[in-house]
Design a protein. Structure first.
Length: 239
């Protein structure tokens, strides 16, 4: 009897070998019921099948030593694979914990630092003028910076005129298009640019600010930059 025969025989109370009916042990029945309908065999299941095969082999045609050695080798392989899988999983978990720990430690050292953050969000406190930045991939003949309120409505458009390619910065004075000081709160900005032929240029946006705090969560560390919460991964430059 081979292991594949035992697999089908385990869930039943009796196993038939060459016309001879043999009753499996109670521990074999419990093992079968314990596994239920699971399609995965573990180390204990493999060992139980091997023992059951030896118990129910045909006395006139016993299991050959070569076949037994092959099945023992299979058993050893299953055990080694399970151990390897466990070790890999433990190593992966340890690496994740270490990575998060390093990330959290690095984030804490940024408090008080000036950073460049990949975001278009602005948290205006009513007194400090935010520094807005953008990178032009090519020279632009006309650049306009739009300031939007929390509803996405443009409250001011600042005409910057022609600008060269590369990093550009500007400071918003916290006023709308009528020259009125806006209240503190959440704002954002966008940039529209075009070359001398009228072709649109898409710049990448960023904000310059000071890291005021660090927040730790299940997804890692985030920074509080001038009142705006940003992911640590969005930091482009540290000054």
């Amino acid at each position: 009897m081979q292991l594949n025969d035992i697999t089908s025989a385990l869930p039943t109370a009796n196993a038939t070998t060459s016309g001879t009916t043999a009753t499996t042990s109670s521990s074999s029945s419990q093992s079968s019921s314990g596994t239920g309908t699971s399609q995965t065999l573990n180390e204990q299941d493999f060992l139980q099948m091997l023992v059951t095969e030896l118990q129910n082999q045909d006395p006139t045609n016993p299991l050959q030593s070569t076949a037994l050695a092959a099945q023992l080798a299979q058993f050893s392989s299953v055990s080694e694979l399970q151990t390897l899988n466990t070790n890999v999983q433990n190593s992966t978990n340890a690496n994740l914990v270490m990575t998060q720990s390093i990330s959290n430690t690095m984030a804490a050292t940024l408090i008080g630092k000036k950073v460049q953050v990949n975001t278009s969000q602005i948290n205006y406190d009513g007194t400090t003028n935010p520094t807005l930045g953008f990178t032009l991939p090519s020279s632009a003949a006309d650049v306009k910076v739009n300031i939007l309120n929390s509803n996405g409505t443009v409250i001011r458009t600042i005409d910057e005129g022609p600008m060269a390619s590369g990093d550009q910065t500007m400071t918003w004075d916290g006023k709308d298009s009528s020259g009125n000081q806006v209240p503190s709160g959440a704002y954002s900005f966008s940039v529209s640019a075009a070359d001398s032929q009228g072709n649109q240029i898409t710049p990448s946006l960023y904000v310059l600010g000071t890291v005021q705090g660090v927040k730790f969560g299940s997804n890692g560390a985030s920074l509080l930059v001038d009142g705006t919460q940003v992911d640590l991964s969005s930091v482009q430059e540290i000054f």
